[in-house]
Design a protein around this ligand. Structure first.
Ligand SMILES: NC(=O)c1ccc[n+]([C@@H]2O[C@H](COP(=O)([O-])OP(=O)(O)OC[C@H]3O[C@@H](n4cnc5c(N)ncnc54)[C@H](O)[C@@H]3O)[C@@H](O)[C@H]2O)c1
Length: 258
């Protein structure tokens, strides 16, 4: 098993990609803190893991609130042991024309998607430094590499995630802490279900045409799956990736190549 006896936190672990990372890490031997703003969703994932014989703890946490992030991290360490892996995954996404992007939407997107990563990274680094080892994974996106219309706030936040990742990778390399970002392409999770109609409107498509349209843009010919992303996360979190830091790894079927 790749992550035997490691303790991991995954924010936004209650659904979609985060939930799959939690299940994959647990199957690879990690104890997992499933953190989500929706405690019930986190509990469901933790329960699935325990039923499968793994170790997991559900925690309520709004990643945009420093106090709650620190409290969550303390809770994981109290129950599961010293943190070795921290996955900043929670995010929100809105597709809308730039001039309709209100300050409220901008602030909310940046607060969760970027400040949330900053707070998570500080909580992780503080706890990893004394043991001089740890892995941080920050969920960016193909939208962290390439800008797109109707997507200004989300793209700005995901580009920011890569800058944060590179800076911390350099600052803490000598302390044994690796920091990488993951850049998935389109994965049909709850996030996409909620924004499908807005995307269809932007492209002048019917909602049922969106999937085939998106697939037609992907060299490998299909959308991503939560497993595609979770397997990459498990690799990057493991010692197999011990020479990899400061990277923003595309998991997009060849849609993005930089
Ligand atoms: N689905 C995609 O196509 C795709 C593509 C590229 C990147 N991503 C990124 O992958 C990550 C996971 O996305 P997903 O598709 O699984 O989304 P999702 O909406 O299915 O899951 C996001 C989870 O984050 C939680 N969350 C939201 N706000 C929170 C907060 N303030 N504090 C704590 N938890 C909060 C939600 O409750 C939810 O469980 C995100 O960072 C997203 O930007 C997704």
């Amino acid at each position: 098993m790749m992550l035997q006896n490691r303790v991991a936190v995954v924010t936004g672990g209650g659904s979609g990609i985060g939930a799959e990372i939690c299940r994959t890490f647990a199957a690879e031997g990690a104890g997992v803190g499933v953190a989500d703003i929706r405690l019930e969703a986190a509990e469901e994932v933790a329960e699935q893991i325990r039923r499968a014989g793994g170790q997991a703890l559900a925690l309520a946490c709004d990643v945009a609130d420093r106090h709650l992030v620190e409290e969550m991290a303390d809770g994981v360490e109290r129950e599961l042991g010293p943190l070795a892996i921290w996955v900043n995954n929670a995010a929100v996404s809105y597709i809308l024309p730039f001039l309709e992007c209100t300050e409220e939407i901008w602030d909310r997107t940046l607060a969760i998607n970027l400040k949330g990563m900053f707070l998570g990274c500080q909580a992780a680094v503080r706890r990893m430094l004394p043991r001089r080892q740890g892995v941080i994974l920050n969920m960016s996106s193909q939208s962290g590499k390439v800008g797109n219309s109707h997507y200004a706030a989300y793209c700005a936040s995901k580009f920011g995630v890569i800058g944060l990742t590179q800076s911390l990778a350099v600052e803490f390399a000598a302390d044994g802490i690796r920091v990488n970002a993951i850049c998935p392409g389109v994965v049909f999770t709850g996030m996409w279900e909620r924004q499908l109609a807005d995307y269809a409107r932007k492209k002048g498509l019917r909602p049922e045409e969106v999937g085939p349209y998106l697939e037609s843009k992907i060299p490998l010919g299909r959308l991503g799956t939560t497993q595609d992303v979770a397997r990459t996360a498990a690799f990057l979190a493991s010692d197999d990736a011990k020479y990899i830091t400061g990277q923003a790894v595309n998991v997009s079927g060849g849609a993005v190549m930089r």
